[in-house]
Design a protein. Sequence first.
Length: 210
Amino acid sequence: MTVVEAIEVEPQEDEILRLLRRGKTRKDPGAWTLGLIRQALDDARVLSRARGVYGFFDSDRLPNHPAFESAIRVGLCICTIGPDLEDRVAELMREGELVRGVVLDAVGSEMTEAAARVLDDRMEAEEGGEGLRASARFSPGYAEWELEGQRLLFDVLDGGRIDVGLSDSMMMKPRKSVSFGINFGPNPKPPRCATLCSRCDMEDCRYRRE
C-alpha cells in the first residue's frame, strides 16, 4: 500500500464549467462567471490538501466479481482533497452566498477528480508493462460495480491514513473524495479510452460527457 501526500493537481476550467452547466447548453460563460471560477480556484488551492492511498492486488485474491473478470492484477485507490473546502462551501451557503458556494463546490469536485487523474496515471506507469495494460478507471456505484464495492476498497486500503472514512450508506467522508479501481491485463476492460459516461445508462444526466 502506497500513501501519496501533497498531490499537485491541475484542475481544468472546462470541466468546472461542465459541472456548472444546466441541461444541454453550450453557451460560452461571461466574464462574471469566469471571474467567480477563477476566484474559487484561488480559494480552493488554499483549502485543498490532495492525498491518496493505493495498492495492487492479484485478481484471484479479490472477490469474484464481473468488474474484475478481465484483470490479472487490480489497482485500487482512495483519494481526497480533505474537508476544508466543503466546510467553506457550507459556510458560504449559511451566509446566503449561494452562487459562490455552488461555484466553489464545483471547483472542489474538479480538484478531487484532478487528484484521481494524477494517481490514475501514476498507477498505470507503476504497474503497466510486461504484457499488462491498464483499463480505464472505474468506481463503485457505476456500471457493473455496485456501490457496496466501497467495502472492498476500505477493507484492503487504510483510508484512515489519508483521513477518509466510510459511512454505513457507503458514502465517503470527506465528501470530496474519490475511490476507484483499474484492471491490469492483456486486454483489460473497460478500455482505457472509454469514459464512465460511455458506460452509464443515465442518458439524461446533466453532467454527462459527450
